[in-house]
Design a protein around this ligand. Structure first.
Ligand code: ATR
Length: 286
């Protein structure tokens, strides 16, 4: 029941109506007996400053930030944590005694999803794409001591920009390729392949994946961050090749779990997040 003592959390973005986060967080708050509620707020870019000031004034305790505000929001915050500062994007705000602190749990969410299967430390990893998601994941991979990072992107200049930033801030080697290069050869000694492009995402579920079964090997671990559909074309190709697969829904789940931990100090039960997501998506299992 909502009372005068209930603490309010939420997500701001545009659009937010299909967000799966309210279901996850409300179920988790309930399960650990916290008098908290999580609400979606649709906020246009021109209203972002008012929204964040309103959130402060009304004592909102925490917010998730989603498309298109993850970068724009930074100028309205008081501090950033290390990952958010490096990535230059925020998906979680914690309001507290120190003001509004920005965090980024997208990259760590992806790493936790992968680490259900294998550690990223000392692995050779190929990231497909060089947009916002690739950026968050690439920084976190290097922070997690991945040994070798290859970023492969349609527009090589975008891959170069991301590489320059990674090298400048973390002083580690990064290799870039375009999609015309011999990805099969590059994949021969790759341990983990992560797709961050929207290829295969609903409604374009029949778009040919950038990597097909004939280019993969059995020991490869394939993670597609697209989760609608759960089984993307890339995941089907990986299954055909006998490779291990990780669904994009796991990244969504773990970024939520990390936000929850930041706001409450509690590591929530994973099954609660998992079951809430399954319910929202009308599925029985991932
Ligand atoms: P996000 O912020 O969600 O990561 P984004 O910034 O739009 O999304 O990035 C999408 C990435 O997918 C980009 O790297 C894009 O490649 P370009 O830099 O060449 O634009 C890549 N991408 C999108 N559609 C693609 C397609 N049909 N084929 C290959 N790459 C594609």
């Amino acid at each position: 029941m909502i009372t005068g003592k209930t603490s309010v959390f939420g997500i701001i973005g545009d659009p937010v109506e299909h967000s799966l986060s309210p279901g996850m967080h409300n179920a988790a708050f309930d399960s650990v007996g916290l008098d908290h509620i999580y609400v979606p707020f649709n906020v246009k870019t021109e209203e972002l400053e008012d929204a964040i000031n309103g959130a402060r004034a009304m004592g909102i305790r925490g917010l998730n930030i989603t498309i298109p505000h993850k970068t724009e929001i930074i100028k309205y915050l008081d501090y950033l944590d290390i990952a958010a500062g490096l990535i230059g994007a925020v998906n979680t705000i914690e309001f507290g005694e120190n003001g509004a602190v920005g965090h980024n749990t997208d990259g760590i969410g992806a790493i936790r999803a992968i680490e259900e299967v294998t550690l990223v430390k000392e692995k050779k990893i190929m990231v497909l794409g060089a947009g916002g998601a690739a950026r968050a994941i690439s920084f976190q991979l290097l922070l997690s001591e991945a040994e070798n990072l290859v970023i492969s992107n349609r527009t090589i200049e975008k891959a170069q920009e991301l590489k320059d930033d990674l090298v400048e801030k973390l002083d580690q080697e990064v290799i870039i390729t375009d999609l015309g290069s011999d990805l099969k050869k590059e994949l021969e000694d790759t341990d983990i392949l992560i797709n961050t492009t929207p290829i295969g995402m609903y409604p374009n579920i029949n778009h040919k994946p950038l990597v097909t079964a004939d280019m993969m090997h059995k020991e490869l671990i394939v993670n597609d961050i697209v989760y609608n559909p759960l089984k993307t074309g890339l995941i089907m190709e990986a299954e055909k090749a006998g490779a291990k697969t990780i669904s994009g829904i796991k990244m969504l789940m773990y970024q939520g779990i990390e936000s929850f931990r930041i706001w409450t100090g509690i590591e929530p039960p994973i099954e609660i997040f998992q079951n809430a997501l399954l319910k929202e998506m009308g599925l029985e299992k991932f």
